[in-house]
Design a protein around this ligand. Structure first.
Ligand SMILES: [Zn+2]
Length: 204
């Protein structure tokens, strides 16, 4: 075999590997890491006795139940009202190589008007996952779609697998707050996030 023929074969093998690698890792995710934001002394956004940390954990547990019913394995970064550092959350996520990372939060701003749902991502795969989740939660809850947006949040930048952060409504908006206090709202969110995850899995 001539030297140039060998060189061409090497290039072809390299190109094939480059083409296959990103899809293979996304296709085979076998765990969903569910990250309930805040916890313990870190209440997150709050208004009166409505704390983000409680809402996030309840939604995370509902999502865990939904995914298990669909035969998808899950791992929670916290299962109770405990404080977990951001590096601690990331290292749990990165322990599972074939996984996706879904962080659950509720929004809080100083203005009272903003409401609706938004999902953040950092990488290319995260964007696909965020778009599926964002579409599904907005159609379930019939509210303002604030979009899937890129952000440099710590857990998104440092998680090696596709990662998203879902903001499930504004604690600072009185109408949305009264909805999120009810179980049906958090259940609809969990199901919307779960359906988005299933669509992302099927899309490969
Ligand atoms: Zn938060």
């Amino acid at each position: 075999m001539s030297r140039s023929a060998l060189y061409l074969i090497c290039i072809n093998i390299t190109l094939a590997l480059v083409a296959i690698t990103p899809q293979a890792s996304a296709k085979s995710f076998s765990y969903v890491i569910i990250d309930a934001g805040h916890g313990g002394h870190d209440k997150g956004g709050n208004h009166g006795l409505v704390y983000e940390k409680h809402l996030a954990l309840d939604t995370a547990l509902r999502l865990e139940y939904y995914l298990k019913q669909k035969g998808i394995r899950t791992k929670l970064t916290r299962r109770s009202d405990q404080f977990v550092t951001l590096p601690g959350r990331v290292s749990i996520g990165n322990r599972y190589r074939n996984s996706i990372f879904v962080s659950i939060h509720y929004n809080h701003v100083w203005k009272r008007d903003p409401y609706g749902l938004e999902t953040f991502y950092y990488g290319r795969e995260g964007k696909k996952l965020a778009t599926h989740i964002q579409n599904d939660i907005c159609s379930k809850l019939n509210t303002i779609n604030r979009g899937a947006k890129q952000a440099k949040f710590y857990v998104l930048r440092n998680t090696k697998n596709p990662a998203v952060l879902v903001e499930c409504g504004f604690v600072s908006n009185s109408q949305e707050r009264s909805r999120m206090k009810q179980a049906w709202y958090r259940q609809s969110l969990a199901e919307g996030i779960g359906e988005g995850i299933l669509k992302y899995k099927k899309s490969w």
